[in-house]
Ligand binder design. Structure first.
Ligand code: GLY
Length: 370
């Protein structure tokens, strides 16, 4: 990359992905500036924080990428916790996926990675599980992290300690470029003034809004509504992942319930009665008693999705503009590997052959000629 190492690299988006990449680059001595519009709307903030490649039934190269990230997470989080002094709530709690029959279970794409459960074993793992579930899979290797209350805060603090510069309330208006190269970023700062940063290297990690900044990428929002319940502490030990609804128990008894999947909603914000009803039905079908537990919060967010539901990673057709977006349902999980691989690309560090080949399958060139 042509830019001087003295010139800051600009991170377009202050969500989880932006923070994770900034942290990785700053640790290696790169000067970084983050432009963040509104942290509270970032997908990494609104997500439930599941680390669930197996429970989600992923396949192919996406499963491989997610598994690589899952392997890296314990060490990565240990480092973030050490640098920030904030515990991130990483919990290797395992995830139970229930099925109506053994056949359904055996057909699940990730069944070979799980432990088969009978109904009796399901009752042991998930006391109070609704009737109708006759088989299950336990993925002991899957877990969760408290992204909403801890991880984002920890990464932000670690970035500040490392000298990352933040512009909060900054809206990117336009990328300035010729047909080959990024030349700068036009933005509106928190005071409403228009500014141009003549930075020639940037990472686009603006989640569902990435296409508003860079039109060539095929990316759209998929809205998710969620709520949380306060259950009795320890009532649920493992994550319960059913079709369309999941329950994620935090250490303190808070249970995060997600999530609707509404492509047709576009960027329409807000809760809807039908979305909330759908989640409540989902809870009833999984763990009926949980619908009696007090509801604490309700919220929504927008997942960044591409046509093949896989992320966009690596170079774009503009020299200087990197992509780290489109993580759809797996952003929290993929933050560790995304930060590592992107920072290696940006800093021109060696990537092993296997990871390089894998990364290649997630570049923009699967959609357009670069
Ligand atoms: N990762 C779960 C979701 O996006 O709802």
């Amino acid at each position: 990359m042509a830019s001087s190492t003295l010139e800051p690299l600009t991170i377009l988006g202050g969500g989880l992905m932006g923070l994770a990449i900034a942290y990785e680059l700053a640790k290696q001595g790169r000067k970084v500036e983050i432009l963040s519009r509104r942290r509270s709307e970032a997908a990494g903030f609104v997500a439930a924080g599941m680390l669930a490649p197996h429970a989600e039934g992923l396949e192919g190269n996406l499963l491989k990428l997610c598994q690589l990230s899952l392997d890296r997470i314990p060490k990565w989080i240990e480092q973030i916790e050490a640098d920030s002094g904030i515990q991130c709530g990483l919990k290797n709690c395992g995830i139970v996926v229930p099925f109506a029959s053994n056949l359904e279970r055996d057909l699940y794409p990730t069944a070979p990675f799980g432990i088969n459960l009978t109904r009796k074993e399901l009752d042991h793992e998930i006391p109070g599980l609704a009737s109708g579930w006759e088989a299950g899979l336990l993925f002991k290797q899957d877990g969760q992290i408290d992204n909403r209350r801890r991880l984002m805060r920890a990464l932000e603090k670690a970035c500040v300690e490392l000298g990352v510069h933040f512009q909060e309330g900054a809206e990117v208006l336009e990328l300035i470029h010729n047909c080959q190269e990024l030349k700068g970023i036009k933005m509106r700062n928190a005071n409403g003034e228009i500014e141009t940063l003549y930075h020639r290297e940037a990472v686009l990690c603006s989640g569902a809004w990435s296409r508003q900044i860079f039109k060539s990428i095929p990316l759209f929002p998929v809205k998710g509504q969620m709520f949380s319940l306060q259950g009795p502490k320890g009532a649920l030990q493992r994550i319960l992942f059913g079709p369309g609804t999941y329950l994620v128990p935090r250490e303190d008894g808070l249970i995060v319930v997600g999530a609707t999947s509404e492509k047709e909603a576009g960027f329409n914000s807000g809760l809807t009665p039908s979305g909330q009803r759908k989640l409540k039905h989902g809870v009833k079908a999984l763990l009926p008693e949980a619908n009696n537990w007090p509801q604490m919060e309700q919220w929504w967010g927008f997942r960044p999705c591409t046509p093949d539901k896989k992320p966009l990673l690596g170079p774009s057709e503009l020299n200087g503009l990197w992509l780290a977006t489109g993580h759809y349902r797996n952003g929290v999980l993929l933050s560790a590997i995304t930060a590592e691989l992107l920072s290696k690309c940006i800093l021109e560090k060696q990537i092993n052959f296997y990871e390089k080949e894998l990364l290649n399958t997630f570049t923009l060139k699967r959609f357009i000629k670069l």
